[in-house]
Design a protein around this ligand. Structure first.
Ligand SMILES: Cc1cc2nc3c(=O)[nH]c(=O)nc-3n(C[C@H](O)[C@H](O)[C@H](O)COP(=O)(O)OP(=O)(O)OC[C@H]3O[C@@H](n4cnc5c(N)ncnc54)[C@H](O)[C@@H]3O)c2cc1C
Length: 462
């Protein structure tokens, strides 16, 4: 065995690649081990980027289809799925090539195989080679989970990977789940012309968000013809190649729905199979994630973890930040700070999109923290009215004495962009008064934010 690496990264996705990049920048000797057939990680290959490529296509399609609202004659706008698929493949191929070039740049030793811990200083590769390291980063990501829903494991189903790779319009799909991936892709399927049934166990879709925000997206889904069922209990799933049947309870009634395809979007779980964590003494939490402290160290301080494998949120900018933090901490970079989860930024790319930043009313109520809140609807704002973007509202939450901004929630057109109006101010602990001193151009969607800010300023007083 050669001299130990300064850092061995297991998994070259968002967390792993960025940890390796930072460590190499610090002059360290780094190995990246990734067993995927295609390199790039979930975000590039089968997550953020392909899903957003497709969702943007259907956003354009949807606008074209409602052209008459704007006085336009667009006779028949529809998806050419072969062309949509080709475009997605080309764009994702370019992103993946770029990442592959970075991985193969020679700054790291790249091993295209799986790794398993033999002990806390050694990993074994699938071909039997062994690597020793002074530090490690576990960044093996997540995989689709198959919860114990009656009949699910025995019935053929699609995952998000399959939906993102469609080059045809499926006639009908039953979507199980109401989380972000379920909602984004259910709307994509509906907009390309599938008959879509969405079945969610909780009383609302997007249950990690406020009831008010979920209700707006639910209304939009129903308006677009998605057959949406919430507060359900699945009694059974059956079927094969010809189609699937899902039987469930909703509002005390037994309901049966049939479709050609089943899409399991019930969630993901950390990818820890075959990693040999027990050999290294790395502990896992009750919900199956690698346990880490605020510096991303596991129960073995020289072994770090980052990304979906440890959570707490499956969000790519956090995976990147965790990987970078781990590398900086491992090599003693001065002045680093743990990730501040009170700045949590979340975007759901449905239409209307939903975005939140910072602390939300639910958590403030639970913690008994006093706050002020003000909101304003998009259907009363000039720019959104002229864009026919009437769904939703903006909401700002502030501390009651000085007006420091604690959080914001936006449901409506461009929410994922607009929420960034609060990123800097929140990180800099700005108040509503600070934001009201900033210029807001007219007529923009962004200027709608001045209404709740002014209301809060009035409530707080001079
Ligand atoms: C459909 C979909 C849409 C999404 N959209 C968004 C979005 O819009 N915005 C957002 O922020 N997040 C989004 N996410 C989540 C985001 O993609 C993930 O949080 C992020 O990519 C996780 O990065 P990671 O580094 O933890 O893991 P990954 O990028 O999955 O990397 C893990 C790597 O580890 C390798 N590996 C696994 N086991 C081993 C082993 N034993 N040995 C060697 N290598 C191994 C794998 O091959 C893989 O390359 C989406 C996810 C999905 C599924």
């Amino acid at each position: 065995m050669k001299k130990p690496y300064d850092l061995i990264v297991i998994g070259g996705g968002s967390a792993g690649f960025n940890a390796a990049r930072v460590a190499a920048g610090l002059g360290k000797r780094v190995a990246i081990v990734d067993g995927a057939r295609e390199l790039g990680g979930l975000c590039i290959l089968r997550g953020c980027m392909p899903s957003k490529t497709l969702l943007y296509c259907t956003e354009v399609l949807h606008l074209a289809q409602k052209g008459s609202v704007f006085g336009l004659k667009i006779p028949s706008a529809r998806a050419d799925m072969k062309a949509v698929h080709r475009r997605k493949k080309r764009i994702i191929g370019e992103f993946a090539d770029y990442r592959l070039k970075a991985l193969e740049s020679g700054r790291y030793d790249l091993f295209r195989t799986h790794a398993r811990f033999l002990d806390e200083r050694t990993v074994e590769l699938s071909d039997g080679r062994r690597l020793r390291g002074k530090h490690f980063l576990i960044a093996t990501g997540s995989k689709v989970s198959v919860p114990p829903v009656p009949g699910l494991a025995e019935t053929p189903f699609w995952t998000s990977d399959d939906v993102l790779d469609l080059d045809f319009t499926p006639p009908s799909v039953i979507v199980l789940g109401g989380g972000i991936v379920a909602c984004e892709l259910a709307q994509f399927l509906r907009r390309i012309g599938s008959r879509v049934t969405l079945i969610q166990r909780s009383p609302n879709i997007l249950r990690d968000h406020s009831d008010e925000a979920s209700a707006v997206v639910q209304q939009a889904f129903r308006d677009e013809g998605i057959d949406l069922h919430t507060d359900t209990k699945i009694l059974g799933i059956a079927g094969g190649k010809a189609g699937v049947t899902v039987t469930f309870l909703s509002g005390g009634k037994r309901i049966v729905r049939r479709a050609k395809h089943l899409f399991n979007a019930l969630g993901r779980e950390p990818n820890l199979d075959g990693l040999g964590l027990e050999n290294a003494g790395v502990k896992v939490t009750d919900d199956g994630r690698v346990a880490v402290n605020r510096w991303q160290q596991t129960s073995r301080p020289h072994i770090y973890a980052g990304g979906d494998v440890c959570g707490p949120h499956d969000i790519v900018h956090l995976a990147v930040a965790q990987g970078e933090l781990a590398a900086r901490h491992a090599f003693g970079v001065k002045g680093i700070k743990p990730i501040d989860y009170s700045l949590l930024l979340n975007v759901v790319f449905t239409d209307p999109p939903l975005a939140t930043i910072g602390l939300q009313e639910r958590e403030l109520d639970e913690a008994g923290t006093p706050y002020l809140v003000a909101s304003y609807p998009f259907n009363d704002h000039g720019k959104s009215i002229l864009m026919d973007a009437n769904y939703g509202y903006v909401k700002v939450i502030a501390e009651p004495k000085r007006g420091r901004i604690l959080g914001a929630e936006i449901v409506g057109r461009e929410a994922g962009e607009l929420i960034h109006c609060f990123s800097g101010p929140l990180a800099m602990k700005a108040t509503v008064f600070d934001l009201l001193r900033a210029p807001w151009y007219h007529p923009t969607l962004a200027e709608i934010l001045t209404y709740p800010l002014e209301e809060l300023a009035e409530k707080i007083g001079p």
